[in-house]
Every structure is written in structure tokens, then in C-alpha cells.
Design a protein. Structure first.
Length: 322
């Protein structure tokens, strides 16, 4: 299955924000109530109910002129995705098509993905954001939200709704290799007038699945020039909420998501296109010697589950620091 990517060409974006609206419509996300701030940029930031927005950057050009730059703000679907490594419950999943999705059912709202995303993308809010993004669990809670890459549309062979609606062709979608080729070609075409033109995301974090054609350095557009991986603290396993421990112990929630690819979780240094993994079943994972020494919970089953969670998190954290 070929990895997919979105290619955003900033030179073709007219900031119509049809992509913002299409995202809200597809996922039935509510509008955000805002006030006039003296700018066309609206809403002012991403939120649990706004997963994709156009940022307006007014900046002085190198030739002294003022430039108005439009940039897309949304999840980059990183290959080396800090949010995946730090998530203690495997709520974040690398899909074989390359994108990073969030399973709200597994999310405990710990906020680690919010803290460690280099692009400041995920946002926390309650569990009833939209009829299309529901949490079945009966205990109301906070969960993390971000762009889902229109995974249900991709499953039907369609492009993400933002791409589908873009009237200027600023957003393109296809196999990542094709998008890289297209982006490189566009950058080469811009070189004469924009010597600092750059294809952002081709190599950053081992390849983003949303790439940008920029006419200048990334920071001019409000993007980190060199998004880097951090040293991530271990998750305190004693803070797993009761509902999560019980759900895993009762097997209503598998410790390891069946659809997840273990190699993508356990190896921080990923090849852009990893080979077929040797899947490690949740049973094998939970059956290892976890070396857990935390306080006792009710019953050996709960101890085993928490121990397994602890080992997995420690291992993820250690790998993240390598
Ligand atoms: S942009 Fe942030 S939320 Fe999206 S995959 Fe990368 S680290 Fe995760
Ligand atoms: S807030 Fe949810 S998705 Fe984010 S790290 Fe915590 S459990 Fe994972
Ligand atoms: S729909 Fe296309 S042109 Fe309009 S704001 Fe979005 S990316 Fe830009």
C-alpha cells in the first residue's frame, strides 16, 4: 500500500478558507464563535473543533516590500511522530497509508501529545465535539483532537475533503513519491524568482505526509525551520484513570490496538517506508516480564495490566531518547 501525502503549494493559495469549511462539514464540527480582531484570519487558532485553518502572515520581504503569506495549520502526519511515541495508551496510530490518526476511545486526555507535538497541533476538549467523532465509553472525559486525514474518505479511494474543495489546486493529494516529485518540480520552477524556495516536509521528521511548497524559509511562514525530536519524560503509570485500567483488564480495550503496527511504535528511527513488520500480538506483549514495582491495584489482573503498560511506556520513552 503506497503512502499518501497532501502537497500544499503556498503560491497558489488565495486564503479563501474553503478547506477550513470543508473539514468542518465533513466531520460535522461546530463553528467557532469569534470576534473581529482586525484580520481576515479566523478563527485565531486551531482548536478541538477546528482541525485545519489558514494562517495569515504579514511580513517584510527581503526587498523591503510587505508580503502577505498564507499557510496551512493542521496535523503534518509525521513519519517520526512524537505524539505517537509519547501517547501512553496507543491512542495514536500510524496507518499504513502514512497518516497518524487518533482513536478517541483509547485517549485518556493526558495531554502529552499536545505538549510534545513540534507543530502545536492537537487540542484537548470534551468527548462530545461532533456526532461524527463520538466516544462510546460511558464515562465523560477530556480527549485529544486533530486532523484525521479524512481516513474514511481514503478508505473509499477518495481524497481528503480539504483537497477536494480547493478551487485553485493549492492542495494536491496522491502517492507520496508523486507528491515529492511534484513539489520538487514546483520548487525548481520557482527558483529563478524565489531562490530560497523549498519543499518543506520532504525530509523533516523523516518525511511529513503534508508537504509545503514555500517561497522562503519556513520560519517566515510560522513553521519551525528544523522540527526536532525531544527527550520525552516517562508517563507516570499511577495516573492511568480507573476506567482505562478496568477496560484493559476486562479486555474491552486491547492493550495494543489490533490495527496498529508495532514496529512503527517501537522504533524511533523509522525508514520512510518501513518493510512489512513482524507483528507482535498484544498477548505476547502483555505476557513479558515487565519489571513493574508500583503500588498494588485490586487483583493480580490489574497489576499485570498496569505492569504491561508501564513496560511499554518505558520502552517507548527510552527509545525516544536514543
Ligand atoms: S504534527 Fe503533531 S500531532 Fe500531527 S503527527 Fe506530527 S507530532 Fe503528531
Ligand atoms: S491526550 Fe490522548 S492521544 Fe494525546 S497522548 Fe494522551 S492519551 Fe494519547
Ligand atoms: S481551499 Fe485552497 S486556496 Fe482556499 S484557503 Fe484552502 S488551500 Fe488555500
Amino acid at each position: 500500500m503506497a503512502e499518501k501525502s497532501v502537497l500544499f503549494d503556498t503560491t497558489k493559495c488565495i486564503a479563501c478558507r474553503a478547506c477550513q469549511v470543508a473539514c468542518k462539514q465533513w466531520w460535522e464540527l461546530p463553528a467557532t464563535l469569534t470576534a473581529n480582531r482586525g484580520t481576515y484570519e479566523n478563527p485565531p487558532d486551531l482548536s478541538a473543533e477546528t482541525w485545519n485553518k489558514i494562517r495569515f502572515e504579514e511580513t517584510g520581504g527581503r526587498d523591503g516590500t510587505v508580503r502577505w503569506l498564507f499557510t496551512r495549520q493542521a496535523c503534518m502526519h509525521c513519519t517520526e511522530a512524537p505524539c505517537v511515541w509519547v501517547c501512553p495508551t496507543y491512542a495514536r496510530t500510524h496507518h499504513a497509508l502514512g497518516y497518524v490518526s487518533t482513536d478517541q476511545e483509547r485517549c485518556i486526555g493526558c495531554g502529552r501529545c499536545v505538549e510534545f507535538c513540534p507543530f502545536e497541533v492537537p487540542r484537548l476538549d470534551g468527548d462530545n465535539i461532533s456526532p461524527r467523532v463520538t466516544v462510546k465509553a460511558s464515562i465523560p472525559r477530556t480527549v485529544a483532537y486533530k486532523c484525521k486525514f479524512c481516513e474514511d474518505r481514503l478508505a473509499e479511494g477518495l481524497s481528503p475533503s480539504c483537497v477536494k474543495t480547493c478551487p485553485t489546486g493549492a492542495l494536491q493529494f496522491g502517492d507520496r513519491t508523486m507528491m515529492v516529485e511534484q513539489g520538487r518540480g514546483r520548487v525548481a520552477g520557482l527558483a529563478a524568482t524565489h531562490p530560497r524556495a523549498y519543499l518543506y516536509g520532504e525530509n523533516e521528521l523523516r518525511g511529513l505526509h503534508v508537504m509545503y511548497v514555500l517561497t522562503d524559509d519556513p520560519h517566515i511562514y510560522g513553521l519551525p525551520d528544523k522540527p526536532r525530536l525531544g527527550v520525552y519524560p516517562e508517563f507516570d503509570e499511577n495516573t492511568f484513570p480507573d476506567w482505562y485500567v478496568k477496560a484493559v483488564a476486562g479486555k474491552s480495550l486491547p492493550l495494543f490496538p489490533p490495527e496498529a503496527r508495532p514496529d512503527w511504535y517501537m522504533q524511533p528511527k523509522l525508514a520512510p517506508t518501513p518493510g512489512p513488520p513482524e507483528p507482535e500480538s498484544p498477548k505476547r506483549l502483555a505476557g513479558r516480564d515487565m519489571g513493574w514495582g508500583g503500588p498494588a491495584l485490586s487483583g493480580w489482573l490489574a497489576i499485570g495490566v498496569v505492569g504491561a503498560l508501564s513496560w511499554v511506556i518505558r520502552r517507548k520513552s527510552q527509545r525516544g531518547q536514543e
